[in-house]
Design a protein around this ligand. Structure first.
Ligand SMILES: C[S@@+](CC[C@H](N)C(=O)[O-])C[C@H]1O[C@@H](n2cnc3c(N)ncnc32)[C@H](O)[C@@H]1O
Length: 283
């Protein structure tokens, strides 16, 4: 499948997900037909205090696989960018943490998700937020303009992850932090899983191996890289991912069990320029 085909399939799936949020029938990462409440990837990511501090629609729209703002250090006055911001829950939580002088940007390519994010912003009455339309492979912000990049279960959806990491490096200020939740794989997974479009748009098939994630970040110029598992998916979870997609679930689920996990990925852009391969063009 070409990168363009992946992107079109992802956009279509998340446009539908945004529309379904309005009737509280979300379908999200992990299993194309799962309801959010029982989904092993997306359920129970936020504590009650966090959930209560944003509009209900932002919680209902949450399609992530972690809680990056809980694990990222955010300070008042900082600029945060959320790659693939969806309904905006992490943008709103970040905006509160960097207020009053800081700002949180949400970047998404899907119009329906941007509309949902903006609606949730209005309901929350939070002003230091801006939603931008665009692709994470081509971030519409200047070089060296962001303190912290967060993201929640989006990099795995990209067909060009090297470019996402190069773009993240470019827009971060020297010393800026990459603090991302994502699905990663430990070891190898069967080819039939890798080749499934439905599993790709459900945040499974496009997941990088944890060592590949780290080496792609290093290639982009990042340092202090760590990939820390936050939730490992067992055989029952694997059954849920694979169900209803034409697989022999009994044969495949045990091969997949324990290999997929949600992880928090940290990295830092070096403070000082260390050579042409790790500096942005403008430095
Ligand atoms: C799994 S949802 C996660 C949404 C949000 N981060 C959350 O935690 O609820 C993926 C989101 O990323 C967006 N997305 C996927 N690929 C993208 C890309 N290449 N560029 C920009 N947005 C993208 C989708 O439109 C969708 O809103």
């Amino acid at each position: 499948m070409s990168t363009t085909d992946v992107k079109d399939a992802v956009r279509e799936k998340y446009a539908q997900a945004a529309l379904r949020v309005r009737t509280a029938e979300t379908s999200c990462c992990g299993a194309a037909s799962a309801r959010d409440r029982g989904n092993p990837i997306t359920s129970n990511l936020y504590n009650t205090g966090e959930a209560a501090s944003v509009p209900e629609g932002a919680v209902l729209a949450s399609l992530g696989c972690g809680n990056p703002t809980a694990l990222a250090q955010l300070r008042p006055g900082e600029t945060v960018l959320d790659l693939g911001s969806g309904g905006g829950i992490d943008v709103l939580l970040s905006a509160r943490r960097v207020a009053p002088t800081g700002k949180a940007y949400g970047l998404d390519m899907t119009d329906e998700m941007l509309a949902l994010g903006r609606e949730n912003q209005r309901k929350a009455g939070i002003e230091n937020v801006e939603f931008l339309k665009g692709e994470i492979e081509n971030i519409p912000l200047p070089d060296n303009s962001v303190d912290v990049i967060i993201s929640n279960c989006v990099v795995n959806l990209s067909g060009d992850k090297d470019r996402v990491m190069r773009e993240s490096f470019r827009v971060l200020k020297p010393g800026g932090r990459f603090a991302v939740s994502d699905v990663v794989v430990k070891g190898d997974v069967p080819d039939e899983v890798r080749q499934s479009v439905l599993l790709w748009i459900g945040c499974i098939a496009g997941a990088l191996r944890n060592d590949e994630y780290a080496s792609k970040l290093a290639q982009a110029g990042f340092e202090d890289i760590a990939v820390e598992p936050t939730r490992v998916y067992d055989v029952e979870d694997a059954r849920q991912f694979l169900a209803g997609q034409g697989f022999d679930v009994d044969a495949l689920a045990p091969q997949v069990a324990g290999k997929f996990m949600s992880a928090f990925i940290r990295a830092t852009k070096p403070q000082a320029c260390c050579g042409p391969s790790c500096c942005s063009e403008s430095e």
